[in-house]
Each structure stands twice: as C-alpha cells, then as structure tokens.
Design a protein around this ligand. Sequence first.
Ligand code: GLU
Length: 592
Amino acid sequence: MLRSTVASALASLLLVVPLAPAQAQVQAPAAPPRVPEAVGSGGVVSSIDPDASQIGVDVLRKGGNAVDAAVAVAAALGVTDPFSAGIGGGGFFVHYDARTRQVSTLDGRETAPASAGEDLFVENGKVVPFAEAVTSGLSVGVPGTPRTWQRALQRWGTLSLDRALKPAEDLARRGFVVDATFHRQVTGNAERFADITSTKALYLPVPPVGSTFRNPDLADTYRELREDGVSAFYRGGVGRDVVETVNEPPVDPAATRNVRPGGMTMSDLGDYNAPRREPSRTRYRGLDVFGMAPPASGGTTIGEALNILESAEPAHQTQAQYLHHYLEAGKLAYADRNRWVGDPSFVDVPTRELLSQRFADSRACLISPTSVLAAPVAPGDPRDPKPCATTGEDAATPYEGTDTTHLTVADKWGNVVAYTLTLEQEGGSGIVVPGRGFLLNNELTDFSFTPVTPGVPDPNLPGPDKRPRSSMSPTIVLHHGKPVLALGSPGGASIITSVLQVLTQRLDRKLHLVDAIAAPRASQRNAATTQAETAFLATGEAETLRALGHQFTSTAEIGAVTAVERLPDGRWRAAAETTRRGGGAARVVWPR
Ligand code: GLU
C-alpha cells in the first residue's frame, strides 16, 4: 500500500513540477518500489535505495556473488545516495565466506594526510569551530572506498571492477527519479553547497521531487575506474583532481564562509591501503557476533554491551526492564569506547580485553534494576578488571554526523556481506571534485579536535596517516559457523546503539526482523540524557523508564537499518526500514 501511494505521488509530481534545467530533459524510468521485506531464495539485498537494491539482485540473478553485488550496490548508492556514500569517502566491509566459514573484514577508513599533526584543528592557538571544519579541505581524509571495492572483488568476487561498476555508470548517465530524501538532503545543504562552485553546478537549484537527476561527470569517472582500475584514483588523473580540490577548494567568490584548504599530496593517495583486519568477535547466547574492530568502535562496543547483557536475561524481562538494561549497557560500553578505542596502528587498543566476559561482568555489576547510573560514568580498565570499579575521569561522547549508508547482501551460496560506507556528515565536506561528479568526505572531523575530557588520555586525536575512530558497525551473526543474521545502520555515534537494539530485539525479544527494525529507538551514549525518537517517547515503557530516573531528549529519527537473515528452511529474508528515510528497499532474486 505504501509503495503504491509513493508511486502515485511521484507520478503526479512528474506531471506538475517544473524540472530543474540542468538535469531534466528526459525522464528516468520510474524508481522501483520501496519494500521493507522480501523473502525467498537465489540471494537477497537490502539497502536504503530501490535502484541500488535492484542493481544488486540483478547482479545476483546473473550469477554474481554477494561481494560482486555489494560493490555494485555501493557504486549505485554513490549515484542515488551521494550525500552519504561514494568514492570520495570510506567504509568498513565485513564478509562471510560460505566455503571457509570465515568472517573477514576490510578497513576502508579514510586516513589523515602525512601533513596532519595532533594540532590539525588548532589554528593560532584556538580550536577551529566544528561547524567551520565541516566544510573544508582540512577535514578531507584520503578516500578508502575505491580501494575497498578493488580489494573485495580481487579477494572474494567473481566480477572485475569494470563489470561491477557498469550498472552504476549506466544509472548515473541515464538518471534516476529524485525522491523526498534526496530533495531534503540538498535543501538542507543548499547554503553551503552554494559556496562551492562545483557543488553548486551539480546540485543547485534543488532538484524537485519527481524530476530526473543525472550525473554524467560521475558516470565518466566510473568509466575511468572501469577502464584504468583504481590506479586512476590513487595514482592518476582522478587523484590529481582530488588533491587539487582538497588543497584549493573551488570557493564561490561571493561566499563569506571561510573554507580552509587541506594539505594532501599524491603520495598520501599512493600510500593508501585498505587492510584486512581481524573481525571483533563476541559469543552471545550460543551465537558468534562478528563486527568491525578498531579503528571502528562498533565491534568492541556492541560486543561489550552484549556481554554486559549476557547476565541480564533480556528474553525474560518486561519490555521496560529490557530497555533499562539495554540503555545502561550502552552507557557503560560507551564510557569504555571513548577511553580506549582509536586507530590501533597508533594507540594501544585493548581490543581483546574490551571483549572479555570478565571485563563485561565487572561493568554489569554497576547496573541496578531499580535506578539509573548517573552519567557520564567513568570508564573501567579492561586490562585489569575489578568488579564494579571505575577508573579515572569520565570520557564523554563527541558529536558525529548522522548520514551514512549501510547495505547487506547474501547470495545463493550463503556468502554474506555487511558493508557500511560514509562521507561522515550528510554531503561530506560539501565539496564536489570539479568535473568528477562526487563529493569529498569530511571524515577527519571524527577525530577529537582536542582531548575530549581535559586530563583524560584521548586515543582519537589527529595524527599523520592516522584513521579517525568510527562508530560504523557492520555485523554478521553466526550459529555453529553458519550465518543467521547480518545488519548495520547509519547514524554517527548512534549506529552502535541502533545495531545493538535491533540485535537484542531480534535475538532476545524474538521480534520479527522487520518489526525489530521498525520499533522506536532510543540511544544512550554515556550522557545524562538519552536520545529517543518521538515515537519511543510516546510508549508506556518511556513512562516507566522516566520513573526509574532516565531522562530523554527527543529526535525525529535514529538510524536506517538494513538486514538479512537466513530462515530455518534455508530461504533468506531481506529487511529494511518501513518509514525512516522514506523506507528502505529489500529485494530477493526468487520471491517465495
Ligand atoms: N563518520 C561516522 C563514523 O564513521 C559515521 C557518520 C554517519 O553515520 O553519518 O562513525
């Protein structure tokens, strides 16, 4: 019903809305429908965008595997969801190999250029205001996404980069129908986009809902990568344009904004690597939960929170008690994340200790069923866990953007990919590389500009070639070595809690996967107040939680989860949002 409403709304808009001149001579085919659930066989895809998910199942139908489809979907999201994803950004790729039953990960996080010191965001002794750093060359990290695609395909794929990028190139050339989310994202960024000539030329005036949006420059860039491989990006012409744009952002002469340049070189690009990393692994009620290890904080923080909940028996609690424990576990795990997690090549991250049950038990004993822990709470010491002890000062959670995208794929052989990719802020740095059709990230704003809590060691300060800590949490759950569930979400720091909430609602509370995703969300990140969706605050449980001492701030939406799960009869379910971000797009090759 939802889909026919959306389709007819779009159809009527096509008739009445005048089209923006640059983008709209020929209409794109109508967007495939948005559907939050698809069940069947032959392979499944779930993403936030119907064109992208459709491209994914087409790849699977033609015999491609989950990795081929994941790269094709990601490239398509670079076209239709360009404010969250694209070759100007980075991400984390988690892969389950059905043959070896191994989970592996690729770290495609952006790196700071060699010129970036600890004082990257300090100018004349003063910290650069966050709002100014966001739209700057200074905040652009060396993109990791093209290298991630290349490495994933080489290691596990069957398609060449040439073939995997072809559908996205075609989509960028032929165009797609602008939906309400795309329209809202450009509108929300219009002011800063207007200050960068290349961004203004591509995205302004704001394309109306229902119009066709084409990106021939991006299509040409994809073609260059198809023909010349990612060396076009890391050593060739695309890379030179990236470096030039970072170091000399194309600022409109009329702009009053101070758009600071960065200091990136071709060697920074040439040195970029997307290393394989050991996944994080947590045993939870007979399941193995695999996630992304540092520099992502998703794996250790979700793992620690699950270990804390292990003793709480969420399956047997009232809904309010379950939520209370979920929020308190998030609070404690976040305190430890902020104190201990950074780029493991630069700081000694106690990953294994953070994931130990002994450490989690030493934290779980701080939780009371009848009252709320005063936040922020101080971190524990995972290297020397003492029951109910905290150590040092509390470490607050810094702000992170909320717009990223996550895709989840499984193929007919049982291979699975959970892949989260981002530009950091919605629209990244706001800087399109002229003539190339893609936005550059502002991922380096994920570093702490100065130590978050004075006097507390901060593992996330900038440094040359360092990767900023991430909250991205692509997750794959196995039972006896076989996949049962995979998921992830955008949402900046709230990614971790969204994934944790959906995991526990599905695994412990036994909600249907689509309901677990649709359920109202709340996110506690070691702050005095818990961020909660308006719908959450309207529930009876919110009242009970308030009586326990929880305080809330309200927000319209938290996250945009996509997931797949294997059913006991061998079929698969793809699941996505019913309404957040306009609803997601679940697809299966053979619906059954
Ligand atoms: N930059 C954030 C991270 O890596 C993600 C931002 C988002 O979800 O919008 O954790």
